[in-house]
Ligand binder design. Structure first.
Ligand code: SRM
Ligand code: SF4
Length: 577
């Protein structure tokens, strides 16, 4: 058990966050004092790093930032809270409770995320405790949903699809629960739980006093659907079945999306498969990978602290050996699995257990009431009669799952009544956008608010080219951090500044190959000018079943990857606009 996590780093100075964590008394800091300060809507700066471990971020409304600055007012501060819901499954009752929290304590919307959970935006300081206490009343929490720890564990979505899917859900919950920090700080601060006698911070046997160097993410995929983008995660488990039974999981390490424009030592990377483990070993493997990253991750430069950089620096074999040392035995050889696609199977389908599910497209994950599409009210109406469950997907959609055959017609009627079932183009249905403005402090460009309109324009091009029903995975983010996993999209736009994006093309439709830079720093006009001829050429020249992401490479618009499973923006074939 480590008494400190300080690594054998060659860089002398540890990052500021390492000190904040070490001094935090197991993530308490001075949050309690800050909550009592009614002069400001904010918390102390160091505490805003610690609240991430409690599942929430301090933000300000960026639409109002300049005006309030001119008036010398404090920014319009509020908090975003993210729930820990491993596997993304909640009961209808919980859904009703969560939509009540959104209405009473947040901005009236629920934001489904790209990691199978829910965010509330716009919680003012005075509403934080009531909101988190209401989350606890719904038998949920926000512990470790953010911060330098193992975060919400995600898995292939519909648990009813097969026993392997049900096992994936159970494993996601086990990994999440067993690798959770042990501190009771969350319960103390937000639920008023009494401190244990003596008041000493509790032991963190896995994480130690400084937790991990950076965030850590796990995903479980059940082939053939790679709906979780398993290779985008620090640690991935790929379910392996023989004769209808799960015999274990192939293990991948070192995936990640984030990079910084212009800093070529930061890059997206897909994970490497390092071996196989049985279902019984999976939690121990998770624990061992976390320990290896805890001890070898970079604690000096946070931009290089994710596991993908540790794996690059140590080499895959050395990292694997370190994992095996913690595990106490060697990993078995990987079995190998293949995927047919990413994304969700939208609409109605029936599971082998006889239940029905409806996977509802939620544009950019935002559950709210629009005049013609009343998602918030409609989902409440469904929750009032539904006897199954709701499952969030890793593509910010929502499955109404476990519908008994006799309830199907009633739920179908509600979907229609509230305008939830609408004909949309295949392009829109395969799209994702991150939150970005106005809440995300890191956004350089619009994303969630902008993509729907851009898709309307691209839909016209698709229609003209005869591609209305052709799915093309399209993703947008407001900055290069990659929250909608853009580098695994056939077409991606990544924000560079107001109204300007880098355009990437050519990721594999099964989530195994990253895309590449096609145009740098382009506005909407240039995006449409670049994509229009390509889409027409694709429509005319594609082979049967050939996807756009593969075609752009075959047609020579993008070179096949030469940089292994990582890329950076300055590959020679990148074309400046
Ligand atoms: Fe993310 C930071 C939103 C999934 C990579 N992400 C943020 C913050 C918290 C901004 C901040 O640090 O101040 C964003 C809050 C925006 C807001 O107002 O809500 C934010 N990330 C999101 C969500 C809500 C996007 C969405 O549209 O759904 C997703 C929440 C997931 C969840 O439930 O946990 C979200 N973020 C991702 C993913 C996708 C994934 O994990 O599958 C990635 C890329 C994968 C990866 O981690 O490599 C991702 N987010 C980042 C990064 C870059 C991290 C890096 O080490 O490279 C940041 C910035 C950071 O951590 O410094 C970031
Ligand atoms: Fe914010 Fe960037 Fe993530 Fe979008 S990709 S939510 S802009 S951090």
């Amino acid at each position: 058990m480590p008494d400190t996590n300080l690594p054998p780093s060659k860089t002398p100075a540890l990052s500021k966050n390492e000190g904040i964590k070490a001094r935090s008394r197991a993530l308490r800091g001075t949050i309690a004092e800050g909550m009592g300060n009614i002069v400001t809507g904010a918390l102390a700066e160091d505490d805003t790093q610690l609240t991430k471990f409690h599942g929430f971020y301090q933000q300000d409304d960026r639409d109002l930032r300049a005006e309030r600055g001119r008036k010398r007012m404090e920014p319009a501060i509020s908090f975003m809270a993210r729930l820990r819901i491993p596997g993304g499954r909640v009961s209808p009752q919980q859904w009703l409770q969560l939509s009540e929290i959104a209405r009473e304590r947040a901005n009236g919307t629920i934001r489904l995320t790209t990691r199978q959970t829910i965010q509330f935006h716009g919680i003012i300081k005075g509403n934080l405790r009531p909101a988190l206490s209401a989350v606890n009343d719904a038998l949920l929490d926000t512990i470790a949903a953010c911060g330098d720890v193992n975060r919400n564990v995600i898995c292939t979505s519909n648990p009813h699809a097969s026993p392997a899917h049900m096992e994936a859900l159970a494993l996601a919950r086990r990994l999440s629960d067993e690798l959770l920090p042990k501190t009771r700080a969350w319960h103390e601060l937000w639920l008023g739980e009494e401190r244990v006698a003596g008041g000493e911070p509790e032991d963190e046997p896995l994480y130690g006093t400084t937790y991990l160097p950076r965030k850590f993410k796990m995903a479980i995929a059940v082939p053939p659907q790679n709906d979780v983008d398993v290779f985008a995660h620090d640690l991935g488990f790929i379910s392996i079945e023989r004769d209808g039974a799960v015999i274990g999981y192939d293990v991948s390490v070192g995936g990640g999306m984030g990079m910084t424009h212009g800093e070529t030592d930061t890059f997206p990377r897909t994970g490497d498969v390092i071996g196989f483990c049985t279902p019984e070993e999976a939690v121990a493997v998770g624990d061992a990978v976390i320990r290896a990253q805890r001890d070898h991750g970079d604690r000096s430069v946070r931009k290089h602290a994710r596991l993908k950089y540790t794996v690059e620096r140590m080499g895959v074999d050395a990292f694997k050996a370190e994992v095996e040392r913690h595990l106490g035995h060697k990993l078995a050889p990987a079995h190998g699995a293949s995927f047919t696609g990413t994304g969700d199977h939208l609409g109605w389908s029936q599971s082998p257990d006889g239940t029905w599910q409806y996977c509802l497209f939620i544009e950019n994950g935002r559950v709210h009431d629009l005049p013609d599409r009343r998602l918030l009210s409609g989902l409440r109406a469904i929750a009032n009669v539904h006897r199954g469950e709701f499952v969030m997907t890793a593509n910010h959609n929502l499955i109404v799952a476990g519908i008994a055959p006799e309830d199907k017609a009633g739920i179908a009627a509600l979907l229609l009544q509230y305008g939830m079932e609408q004909g949309m183009s295949a392009l829109r249905l395969a799209s994702m956008a991150c939150v970005a403005l106005p809440t995300c402090g890191l956004a350089l460009s619009e994303s969630e608010r902008y993509l729907p309109g851009l898709i309307t324009k691209l839909d016209a091009v698709m229609e003209e080219a005869g591609l209305r029903d052709q799915p093309i995975v399209l993703r947008m983010t407001g900055c290069p951090n990659g929250c909608a996993r853009p580098y695994l999209a056939e077409i991606a736009m990544v924000g560079r500044g107001p109204g300007r994006y880098n355009l990437y093309l050519g990721a594999a439709p099964d989530g195994t190959r990253l895309n590449k830079l096609y145009r740098r720093d382009v506005d909407e006009k240039a995006i449409l000018e670049a994509l229009t001829p390509l889409l027409h050429e694709y429509a005319a020249g594609r082979e049967e079943g050939e996807r756009f992401g593969d075609w752009v490479i075959r047609a020579g618009h993008i070179q096949a990857t030469t940089a292994g499973n990582r890329f950076h923006e300055d590959l020679p074939e990148a074309v400046a606009a």
